[in-house]
Design a binder for this molecule. Structure first.
Ligand SMILES: *Cc1c(COP(=O)(O)O)cnc(C)c1O
Length: 358
């Protein structure tokens, strides 16, 4: 079997959920497990959190159906809601909660496409300008939903923060204030905070929080610090060296020969590549752990392989363990080197990488 695998620690995810709870003891949490639980396996993560949570959230009804078909029975919030009559009645039948973000969605739901009670969250746009009702139109739509007999009461009012990962960004203060001034007079349960909101913005903690990224053990912002103290990384992406060779000064390595040895170098080849989700844009110098020691990636990332410079460490040989990110090397650091964020690396891990649950 290929040694490339993602070790997933479900106990770390439970630990991180507890950390979210300790930060916001007055809130209930809805675990965001969209995009296959950010690459960690939505069904496995849902099963492991099922006992301690009231609900899960995913992006789409397809993702919610996959969880139902795997036997997950808790309510599942669908963050994008849905637009088609059949999807709405299926949502009611399957106990999905719909986050309604657009007037047309609310109108379709009000046309009573289902006789079963339907739970709805109303998303308000407080400045992110991606999804959400204008607060000016949301009040009237909420009143109609509140009196519709097929809608479960109470509605939950929510918004999404655009800049919560930037400490002291004035946008967050403004978004929370404008949301609260819309929502509080309606007297309905509220939800504002994603991971960054939970970790850094006490005023964003409300009846329901929506932690995603932090559950998987990484901080949504390097500005928050203390990454390892509060959270435990749940995924460690591992592989092995499968070849080691010496190259002379002046010789190139890999496609395009983009990296050229300045001195005689020992090059190791690792069986992982962009078809596994390792970022193709990671430049030479991106850290990789071989036998627990940091070495630089060198040359272009290939589909199935990467090359690293072993010259700085002793005795590395084929079969030696490699960590690409996880417990000992932050996915955020690898992502920053590749010009992206840890979210993209975790969510982008492909099916070719077996997930091994601990
Ligand atoms: C993805 C998502 C979240 C979770 O965000 P994190 O930054 O991963 O915690 C919360 N709310 C909504 C609406 C989302 O789309």
């Amino acid at each position: 079997m290929r040694p490339t695998r993602a070790i997933i620690r479900l106990d770390a995810i439970r630990h991180n959920l507890e950390a979210a709870r300790r930060l916001a003891p007055g809130s209930r949490n809805i675990a965001v497990i969209k995009a296959n639980a950010y690459g960690h396996g939505a069904v496995e993560v849902a099963r492991s959190l099922n006992e301690t949570l009231s609900a899960f959230a995913v992006a789409t009804t397809d993702e919610a159906l996959e969880l139902r078909e795997a036997g997950i029975e808790k309510p599942i919030l669908v963050l994008q809601g849905c637009n088609h009559r059949e999807d709405i009645s299926e949502a009611a039948a399957r106990q999905f909660w719909l986050m309604l973000h657009e007037r047309s969605q609310v109108e379709r739901v009000l046309q009573k496409p289902t006789t079963r009670p339907l739970a709805a969250w109303i998303k308000v746009d407080t400045g992110m300008h991606r999804l959400g009702l204008d607060p000016a139109e949301a009040g009237a739509l909420c009143r109609q939903l509140t009196t519709a007999e097929h809608i479960q009461q109470p509605l939950v009012l929510c918004t999404h923060l655009a800049c919560a990962d930037e400490p002291e960004h004035s946008m967050t203060t403004d978004q929370v204030a404008s949301f609260r001034s819309f929502a509080e007079p309606l007297g309905l349960p509220m939800s504002i905070a994603n991971s960054a909101g939970i970790m850094a913005w006490p005023q964003a903690r409300a009846d329901w929080n929506r932690p995603g990224y932090m559950l998987y053990g990484n901080s949504p912002s390097k500005a928050f610090g203390n990454e390892t103290g509060l959270l435990q990384p749940a995924m460690t992406l591992q592989s092995e060296l499968i070849a080691v060779r010496e190259v002379a000064a002046g010789e190139g390595v890999g496609y395009g020969q983009r990296w050229v040895a300045r001195r005689p170098s020992r090059i190791g080849t690792v069986t992982i590549g962009y078809a596994d989700g390792y970022p193709r844009h990671a430049p030479s110098g991106t850290p990789v752990l071989v036998n627990g020691k940091r070495v630089p990636l060198v040359g272009t990332v290939s589909m199935d392989l990467i090359t690293v410079d072993l010259s700085g460490i002793e005795g590395a040989a084929p079969g030696d363990p490699v960590e690409l990110w996880g417990e000992n090397l932050s996915v955020n650091e690898v992502a920053a080197s590749a010009g992206t964020i840890g979210y993209e690396l975790l969510a982008g891990l492909t099916r070719r990488v077996p997930r091994i649950y601990r």
